[in-house]
Write a protein that binds this ligand. Structure first.
Ligand code: ATP
Length: 496
């Protein structure tokens, strides 16, 4: 019998992630570096498994999607063409009393959320629309006026003593080479997408790719975020998993709808529940997009974006073509039924899916964190475990001898060694068996294999299932197949 426990807070998540080797603050011995985090021994496994699921869902499930791995540094003109040098800004505002800095759009979004919670959905919508118009028109004075008119105060000082709203470019820059002149200034990429755009023709030609086709990439991106909080949700160094899908102009909305649905299925397939996921259409379209939607996950701090799906038109390829003076066109031999002639040369349109590996990690981790009260009355006790999809769990199986003596340790070690080449298995003989189960629960190991005295007689072991804590007796010889099937990444790919 289990009852629901109090709601999980972000503090619970941060503490658990640190205590059990998932995420540590960067350079913690020096008191950390704000909005930068390191993944620990279990975190890196979970993150790698998530990345593998995404990578395979793109490049293995789709005949027409291939991957690349572009460099972080790119020619500086890349960022001119993409619009990042001139337009990759966030509007910031400071409170003069508390000296705290905020993103002006986030203050207004917060107010809209509050209005919506008070049942004033129309007012909330109108506010977001107004904000979108003012930001698109770069009317920063009026954005400030709107903040004041809405009586938005600084949560720290409680005052509305605001500075002007200013634009702040989020790109990190550095120097390449030993001569410090302007020409040698380069940027740390703020998104991975541009590495795909500049390689569009290389991949198309060398892979003989036919439109529609996609290029996928996983890699680091860097943004000097104004307000960096909420753990790995908003970092200054993070990882993106992006796929640019090149299509014939005029077909982009079909593909946009298609990818919107496929990506939601992916999130459900990795174990995020439908009720914790939602679409959110953009009020303010980015400079490159003609349609955009976010997939949001319900974090402990509310529904927030984990993935963006954008119809980017030919904005990027066209600008790269202009600045590089290299043709970035595709010849489409297919016949247009209306004109009876081949579609011929065009710059493809692009539908992009862009998900943050770190936000996906955080969503998976928050979703997995399960506190249950087991038993009733004076026998009630709390059970805490990570309900991670078996294919994503850092450790798939733990082999635990009941005691170290009488040859049980050796049998357990042999079993562990025989499973290692198939999936990640650990051996643990330290402490009472109950404590060892708990240790594995806390890192989300789906299967514990207990070796006891009977094992010597019947060559069977007890598998203890993480979520139900149910136990089942199975022959040693069947372990590899039984557990192997349950933890295979195919389980996720088949569900997409
Ligand atoms: P936000 O509005 O939250 O700043 P965004 O719309 O700027 O996000 P995109 O540019 O669409 O984000 O980036 C695609 C994905 O990259 C996001 O959905 C998110 O998962 C991830 N991402 C973006 N910025 C960060 C960050 N600072 N830290 C971690 N992940 C990020």
């Amino acid at each position: 019998m289990s009852q629901s426990a109090p709601a999980t807070t972000l503090q619970d998540i941060i503490a658990h992630a640190k205590e059990y080797g998932f995420v540590f603050p960067s350079s913690e011995i020096y008191d950390g570096l704000q909005a930068v985090y390191d993944y620990g021994q279990n975190g890196v496994e979970l993150k790698n498994n998530l990345k593998a699921a995404w990578w395979k869902s793109m490049t293995q499930l789709n005949d027409n999607i291939v991957g690349i791995d572009a460099a972080i540094f790119m020619h500086p003109l890349t960022w001119k063409a993409s619009g990042h040098v001139d337009g990759f800004n966030d509007p910031m505002i400071d409170n003069k009393d508390s000296k705290k800095r905020y993103r002006a759009d986030q203050l207004l979004e917060g107010k809209a959320e509050q209005l919506a919670n008070e049942g004033k959905a129309d007012e909330a919508k109108a506010l977001l629309e107004k904000m979108g118009q003012l930001l698109s028109a770069e009317k920063l004075d009026e954005v400030r006026e709107l903040i004041v008119a809405e009586n938005i105060v600084c949560p720290v000082s409680g005052t509305a003593n605001w500075t002007d709203v200013r634009q702040f470019n989020l790109m990190f820059s550095t120097q390449v080479g030993s001569v410090a002149d302007d020409a040698s200034q380069i940027y740390l990429r703020p998104e991975t997408a541009q590495g795909i755009f500049v390689n569009f023709l290389n991949v198309q030609k060398s892979g003989r790719m036919k439109v529609p086709f996609g290029i996928a990439q996983i890699g680091k991106a860097f943004r000097n975020e104004i307000v960096a909080r909420q753990f790995t949700f908003r970092m200054r160094e993070f990882e993106q998993m992006e796929m640019q899908f090149f299509v014939r102009p005029g077909t982009e909305m079909e593909w946009y709808e298609n990818w919107k649905e496929t990506r939601l299925r992916f999130h459900k397939a990795i174990g995020l529940p439908a009720e914790s996921l939602q679409y959110h259409d953009h009020e303010k379209l980015a400079h490159y997009a003609n349609a955009a939607v976010d997939i949001e996950y319900k974090f402990p701090f509310g529904f927030r974006e984990i993935e963006g799906i954008h119809s980017r038109t030919d904005f990027d390829l066209r600008n790269h073509q202009e600045l590089s003076k290299k043709k970035l066109q595709y010849f489409d031999p297919n016949v247009d039924p209306e004109t009876n002639k081949p579609y011929g040369n065009y710059i493809p349109y692009v539908v992009e899916t862009s998900v943050g590996a770190d936000r996906l990690f955080l969503a998976t981790f928050c979703n997995a964190y399960t506190k249950e009260t087991v038993g009733e009355d004076d026998k009630a006790k709390e059970r805490l475990y990570l309900k991670i999809h078996p294919a994503l769990a850092p450790v798939k199986a733990a082999v635990l001898p009941l005691v170290k003596k009488d040859g049980l340790a050796e049998i357990a070690q042999d079993i562990s060694n025989s499973l290692k080449s198939s999936f990640r298995t650990v051996y643990d003989d330290g402490g009472a068996i109950g404590k060892r189960y708990t240790r594995q629960d806390l890192i989300g190991t789906p299967f514990c294999i207990a070796v006891d005295y009977e094992t010597k007689e019947d060559n069977c072991v007890t598998i203890r299932h993480r979520d139900s804590t149910e136990q089942e007796r199975v022959p040693i010889a069947s372990l590899k197949e039984k557990i192997g099937q349950a933890v295979a990444i195919e389980r996720i790919l088949e569900a997409i």
